[in-house]
Design a protein around this ligand. Structure first.
Ligand code: ADP
Ligand code: MG
Length: 237
């Protein structure tokens, strides 16, 4: 169960972006992919989502071989770094979109969207346009939209990247609480050590297309696998 990416390699031309990477995320776990910019985090997430095809390796999602499935059949919800909302649609319609395209019954869609807007504390803002929300509110809308079709897996690529420190901290706490409530298996990409340490159950440190270390926040601090991990994590604050 959960998500397994096994022996994933991916080249862009002659450049090796992922070099035989394997990760194993248990069901219900919140895992952070952590590492410096250019290390291959987004590429790995895109391979898991089915937005990119690996050159070799397999992807399993909840006991199903997903390697050759298109994204819409992988049962994943995702939020990417520069999230594009439908600007001309209300918050309600943005969240409902994924259910409408799946032709879910109207009453079910209404109930589900209402539930989700309450979950992300946007029920008072259902009729607004995305432009009338703050940055943090827009990111919460993106998460509600990703959760709409009840995916088994949630993939978040630096979802709080563009926000200021205070809002990031609020959203980070909120994501942790949300995860504790809904228990969706989640992979969260970040280059921010503090964010990863505070939010995740388990960290996968990725650099130059390779996994440097996997472990709990405590494991990584107590027993860094090598100098790179030690230096990247920096002193405990
Ligand atoms: P991260 O998310 O860890 O910052 P990425 O997965 O985005 O890293 O990128 C890893 C490396 O692969 C980078 O050097 C990047 O320039 C390269 N890369 C990513 N996508 C492409 C692409 N579509 N074409 C060419 N090179 C790419
Ligand atoms: Mg990235």
């Amino acid at each position: 169960m959960g998500i397994q990416a096994l022996n994933i390699s991916k080249r862009f031309g002659s450049f090796v972006a992922l070099d035989d990477v394997s990760i194993d995320v248990r069901s219900g776990q919140l895992t952070a992919l952590l590492g410096p910019s250019g290390g291959g985090k987004s590429t790995l997430l895109r391979v898991i989502a089915g937005l990119d095809q690996a050159d070799s390796g397999t992807v399993r999602i909840e006991d199903q071989d997903a390697t050759s499935l298109p994204p819409q059949r992988r049962d994943v919800g995702f939020v990417f770094q520069h999230y594009a909302a439908f600007k001309h649609l209300s918050v309600y319609r943005n969240v409902a979109f994924g259910l409408e395209v799946r032709k879910r019954p109207k009453a079910e869609t209404r109930r589900r969207v209402q539930e989700l807007l309450e979950l992300v504390h946007l029920d008072q803002f259902a009729d607004r346009l995305p432009a009338q929300l703050s940055g943090g509110q827009r990111q919460r809308m993106a998460l509600a939209r990703a959760l709409a079709a009840e995916p088994k897996v949630l993939l978040l690529d630096e979802p709080f990247g563009a926000l200021d420190a205070k809002v990031r901290k609020e959203l980070r706490d909120w994501l942790r609480r949300l995860h504790d409530e809904v228990h969706v298996t989640t992979i969260f990409v970040t280059h921010d050590q503090e964010e990863a340490l505070e939010v995740a159950d388990e960290l996968v440190v990725i650099n130059h297309g390779r996994v440097e270390q996997v472990g709990s926040p405590n494991d990584l601090y107590d027993r860094p696998a090598n100098e790179f991990v030690m230096e990247f994590l920096g002193p405990v604050t």
